[in-house]
Every structure is written in C-alpha cells, then in structure tokens.
Ligand binder design. Structure first.
Ligand code: NAD
Length: 354
C-alpha cells in the first residue's frame, strides 16, 4: 500500500482525486490543504472516516510545517493540486496567485526534494512528484483545427495562467537541475460535482434555480474543452502511478463547446430535470444575460490528449452530454452542499479534522 500526499485535496479536483483513491484503490492519502475559501471539508465527508485518509491543514508556503508533514507521513508520491485557481480573482487581485502558485510550488518542491534525498534507494527510485496544471498556460487558439500538444510553446494570458506557467517551469527545472523525479499534466476545463459556485457551470445552475440572471461574458463564443472531473481524477491517478518521470501529459475530453452552448445545455437539462421553476420564470433560457467580456479573455482552448491515451491507455468515460446530465442531477440532489457554500457555513464549521 502506497501513501500519496495530495495538496489541495479539499478543492474541486483534489477532492475527486481523494475520493477516487480511497474508494477505488488500496492506496492511502494525506491531504495537505490550507482551506482557503475554495477548500471545503464537506467535499471529503464520504471518505473522512476511512482509516486510509488523513488531513493536515497546512499552507504550502510554510516550509517548516511542510517538513514536519513529510517526516510524519512519509509519502511515496506527491500530487500537487493546491493553487489559487479562479481567473477572475487573479485579475482583481494577483498577489495570492503569485504567493501560492509560484512561491508555494517552490516551497513544496524544496520540502519534497529534501525529503526525497533522505529516502533509501528503493523508495527514492519509486518516488514521484506530480504537478497538476492547466491548458491555459498555452494561451489561446484562433484557428478552429489547432490543438494544444505537449510541445506547444507557453503564452499565458492571465495572472492565473502566468502563475501556473511559472510553477510548471519550476517543476521542470527541479527535474533537470536536481534530478528530482517530476511529472507534469496540463488539463482542460473540468466540470462536475462539488464545483465551487463561482465557476461557469455551477454558477449557471445555481443562478437558474434561484431565478437570477445567467451572466455570459461577451458574445459567449469562447470555446473550452470540457472534461468531467471524475475522468480527470482517474487520469491523474494513472499518471502518478504509471506515468514516465520527466514526461508531460495533456489531458482533455474532446468536448469543445462555446460557453453559450454550455449555458443552453444547462437550461435544457434543468427544464427536463428540475422539479419546479422559480416564480416568474417561463423558460430558464430567458435568464441569459450578456455582460462585458473579461479583459484578456482567451478565445479557444482545445487539447490533443493523444499521448496519455496511447501511452497510458486512459480515455474519458463521460461524454459532455452524460457528464452534464450527472452534474445537473448532482446539484439538484445535493442542495445541502451548495447551500452551505452559499451561506458560508462550510467555512465556519471546519471541524472533525484528522
Ligand atoms: P480549487 O480552487 O477548487 O482548489 C484549490 C485547493 O487548494 C483548495 O482546497 C484550497 O484550499 C487549496 N489551497 C489554496 N492555496 C493553498 C495554499 N497556499 N496551501 C495549501 N492549500 C492551498 O481548484 P481546482 O479547480 O480543484 O484545481 C486544482 C488544480 O488543478 C489547480 O492547480 C488548477 O490550476 C488545476 N487545474 C484546474 C482545472 C479546472 O478546470 N478547475 C483545469 C486544469 C487544471
């Protein structure tokens, strides 16, 4: 049985990774998470009592506490997901993005490298540091046929994507300079259960359920490649356990959709699945409202995920249609989870830490 240290495990993707490891494998997990506004222990309640799960509330910028966590838990692998992740927040206030995504990644790399150097030869050879990143580091695509590959040059547009690009460079430099065993993955937009309601898909679902406007940036023609979060979690576990050290793998869902198409899909699913409509709403689509575009908004992202499919045999199991149906159904069935996010109680009642 291996132990995997997962940073950012209380976040959207991190919690899906932790649930996958605890529920579908024999490995154990220690979550390292600062519990910012985006960290939610409610998202880990299904696994919190499992003896293979442990939680440490730690800021990845804090080197001495990280050293203690490595010494205490002796992980075999690190999966690094902790980050500030919301583009709009990075435009309003970039400093936390520089702090966590760049300084935090550097601090974690150093803590992990010193821990790794002291391991015995067998454990040292088996160790991996897996850095989880985004396709936004590549900038945007303007042609309709181009795809991001693992060798596409970096051209980040926002403070968020620039800070993630910086962290990717640090991770690769630690491999090249110190021989520290790293792997990088760059993934397209995720969606699914437990997604914080500031992001496009949960925001639209919850606004629609409350009869509020559905704000679409610009003309809604921006294209994103959508991946169901549980497919991403499975890909990440495959990479950390079977991926080749020093490699980069792009992960995507072959699901390019214009933002406005995503919003129409949500409205149609709610027409079908929601038990009732808010007062005064004839059709959910009537709530769509176009708002001023985000500055520096990238036009199109699309991933060529051929390498991970060929070399590691991973393929997404959900289509956009099946994943969106699961997502809308989950939000309809899990009102307690999102009500506790909207009213702030998820953050006030952070109890039951292991
Ligand atoms: P998220 O914002 O939902 O979760 C981030 C987690 O990191 C939270 O639990 C938060 O508490 C924690 N965290 C933040 N700062 C920290 C710090 N200083 N120390 C310790 N923990 C800290 O993010 P997400 O959407 O789950 O994304 C996870 C990772 O995947 C990020 O690195 C992101 O860049 C990457 N990614 C996200 C997407 C996407 O569509 N969401 C796509 C590709 C890649």
């Amino acid at each position: 049985m291996r132990k995997i240290l997962v940073t950012g495990g209380a976040g959207f993707i991190g919690s899906a990774v932790v649930r996958h490891i605890i529920e579908d494998t024999k490995d154990s997990v220690v979550v390292v998470d600062k519990l910012t506004y985006a960290g939610n222990l409610d998202s880990l309640s299904d696994v919190a009592d499992n003896e293979r799960y442990a939680f440490e509330q730690v800021d990845i910028c804090n080197r001495s506490t990280l050293d203690e966590v490595f010494a205490k838990h002796q992980p075999d692998f690190v999966m690094h997901l902790a980050a500030e992740s919301h583009v709009d927040r990075s435009i309003d206030g970039p400093s936390a993005f520089i702090e966590t995504n760049i300084i935090g990644t550097y601090t974690l790399l150093e803590a992990a490298r010193h821990y790794w150097m002291a391991l015995d030869t067998v454990r040292k050879q088996a160790f991996r540091f897996h850095h989880i990143s985004t396709d936004e580091v590549y900038g945007d695509l303007h042609g309709t046929d181009d795809l991001f590959t693992e060798t596409t040059p970096y051209a980040p547009s926002s403070p968020y994507s620039a800070s993630k690009a910086s962290s990717d460079h640090l991770v690769r430099a630690w491999l090249r300079t110190y021989g520290f065993p790293t792997i990088v993955t760059n993934c397209s937009n995720n969606y699914g259960p437990y997604h914080f309601p500031e992001k496009l898909i949960p925001l639209m679902i919850l606004n629609a359920l409350e009869g509020k406007p559905l704000p679409v940036y610009g003309n809604g023609a921006q294209i994103r490649d959508w991946l169901f979060v549980e497919d991403h979690a499975k890909a990440l576990y495959k990479v950390v356990t079977e991926g080749v050290i020093g490699e980069t793998y792009n992960i995507g869902g072959h699901n390019e959709r214009k933002n406005i198409e995503v919003v129409h899909t949500i409205c149609q699913l709610l027409e079908e699945l929601a038990p009732s409509k808010p007062a005064g709403v004839a059709k959910y689509e009537d709530l769509i409202t176009y708002v001023t575009d985000r500055p520096g908004h990238d036009m199109r992202y699309a991933i060529d995920a051929g390498k991970i499919e060929r070399e590691l045999g991973w393929k997404p199991q959900e289509t956009f249609e099946s994943g969106m149906r699961k997502t809308v159904s989950w939000y309809l069935a899990n009102q307690v989870w999102w009500q506790r996010v909207l009213d702030g109680s998820y953050a006030r009642e952070r109890i039951g830490l292991k």
